[in-house]
Design a protein around this ligand. Structure first.
Ligand code: BG6
Length: 479
């Protein structure tokens, strides 16, 4: 383009986090246990057996963290509410002390002119619901998740304008039920799609309630979208890329936007004996106009490149699963459909994730052209090894280069005609990277702790902090 369209004046420049990854205080002030509190205690599940018991102690240091956000000039901050902190056993008795923490946090943000964006579910399911009825596999999760969300709408709906229902349903379901990397650590394709169907219904039910009650603002899910490319113009590879896009993206996005599963997926499930139990009442809920999201939340990290994956003598060549969140060095895929391949045009991060800013533009364009919904970019960032030097400095030029290229890609997509309402980078402070401990850092603010030593948990703005401050101040003109 000769000239790029400017970012909208009210563009939500921000950062994001999740309760389990920052709060700590894991059994304080009446909080119940989540499935992650228990999962991290299973030997071998996380890097150096790290857990989020203390995390970066945001529960006690939220004022310091919000002051840093204000200094950076953030317009918005996306965080999640811990379900077991406000409902210790998942339903029934409300923990007022838990709600009071989020009241204080929201008020602190607003006092600093930072708009709160609240994620209702970022993976920390109350353990009680997992024990009682198997969590996401049971239909009981639908009324329970809806009642939990209703409590949050009632309590915070006067101050919160943007709500994210489920964070990365595609990741917590596939990693929880297909690859066993997340709780409840199951490996079963049939159960995967059954649990996924329940999550779809729970999501639709919450958005419907939000609209029925007429709360201010908007509501939508955040999807981990890694657009797929074919390795080359060989038609069989193009079909493989289309299959991957159907199975890794449209399967979720079509439900959110249109309330129906792609026909190619229903056929695939029928062939493989994987069809979930879909009732007429389910279909009615999914297709209810009130259950449509107001925006699509997009978590973008990388793209996936695939080739065809023919069956040899009826046997598949690679194990099932590619959610696009894995490193690219090991091929994965679905026998008979596609398998992942290195992409010769791309460099990788320290964790083998493809670095592909144009992929973000592609993701935005595909969402716009297929679904015609505004997009809130709810995550994007670079996980890297950072080094604290001298008097508390971190020279993370590589992060600046990464983010700059991605912001340029957003501006190009806006110029293309996509409606993008905000960009909350992952993450503001460093935080626990679920299974990777604290070595994989994403923040603008370095938190001085590692897997074995909590140290003082001091905060140090990195070079990228000052860079992002300028970006926000200039509304994206000074990159
Ligand atoms: C997303 C999650 O999957 O990506 C975040 O919503 C997560 O919670 C982020 O931390 C980065 O993933 P990872 O594994 O590098 O921490």
């Amino acid at each position: 383009y000769q000239q790029l369209a400017p970012f909208p004046q009210d563009f939500l420049w921000g950062s994001a986090s999740a309760a389990y990854q920052i709060e700590g205080a894991y059994q304080e002030a009446g909080k119940g246990q989540s499935v992650w509190d228990q999962f991290v205690r299973i030997p071998g599940k996380t890097f150096k057996a790290t857990n989020g018991d203390v995390a970066v102690d945001h529960y006690h240091r939220y004022q310091e963290d919000v002051a840093l956000m204000a200094r950076a000039g953030l317009k918005a901050y996306r965080f999640s509410i811990s379900w077991p902190r406000v409902l210790p056993t998942g339903r029934g008795t409300v923990n007022e002390e838990g709600l009071a923490f989020y009241d204080r946090l929201i008020d602190e943000l607003i006092a600093n002119q930072i708009e709160p964006i609240v994620t209702i579910y970022h993976w920390d399911l109350p353990q009680a619901l997992q024990d009682e009825y198997g969590g996401w596999e049971s239909r009981q999760i639908i009324p329970d998740f809806t009642a939990y969300a209703a409590l949050l709408f009632e309590r915070f709906g006067d101050r919160v304008r943007h709500w994210v229902t489920l964070n990365e349903q595609n990741i917590f379901i596939t990693h929880g039920y297909l690859t066993a990397e997340h709780p409840p650590a199951v490996m079963d394709a049939k159960r995967t799609y059954q649990a996924n169907h329940m999550a779809n219904l729970a999501n639709a039910s919450v958005i419907k309630l939000f609209h029925e009650k007429g709360y201010q603002g908007g509501n939508g899910p955040s999807f981990a979208y890694s657009p797929t490319y074919a390795l080359d113009a060989d038609p069989v590879n193009q079909i493989a890329a289309d299959d991957a896009e159907q199975l890794n993206a449209n399967l979720w996005l079509d439900i959110y936007a249109w309330g129906r599963y792609p026909k190619l997926i229903l056929n695939y499930w029928a062939r493989e004996g994987l069809l979930p139990d879909i009732t007429a009442a389910d279909q009615a809920l999914l297709q209810d106009p009130l259950a449509r999201p107001d925006f699509m939340g997009l978590n973008y990290y990388q793209t996936t490149t695939v080739t065809a994956n023919p069956l040899v003598g009826g046997v598949g060549l690679t194990k099932q699963n590619t959610s696009g969140k894995k490193g690219t060095s090991q091929a994965s895929g679905v026998p008979g459909l596609f398998k992942t391949s290195d992409n010769p045009y791309m460099q990788q991060t320290d964790w083998d994730w493809n670095i592909d800013p144009e992929g973000l533009r592609m993701a935005l364009r595909r969402i716009e052209s297929r679904y015609n919904l505004p997009v809130l970019i709810t995550e994007n960032g670079l996980g890297a090894y950072d080094r604290l030097e001298g008097a508390g400095e971190v020279h993370d030029e590589y992060r600046i280069v990464f983010l700059k290229a991605h912001i340029q890609a957003i501006q190009e997509a806006i110029t293309d005609g996509v409606t993008v309402i905000g960009y909350t980078t992952w993450s503001f402070t460093d935080l626990l990277s679920w299974t990777n401990g604290y070595q994989k850092r994403y923040g603008f603010v370095y938190v001085d702790r590692d897997e074995t030593d909590e140290k003082e948990l001091n905060r140090y703005p990195k070079d990228s902090f000052y860079w992002y401050q300028r970006v926000i101040r200039s509304n994206g003109q000074q990159l």
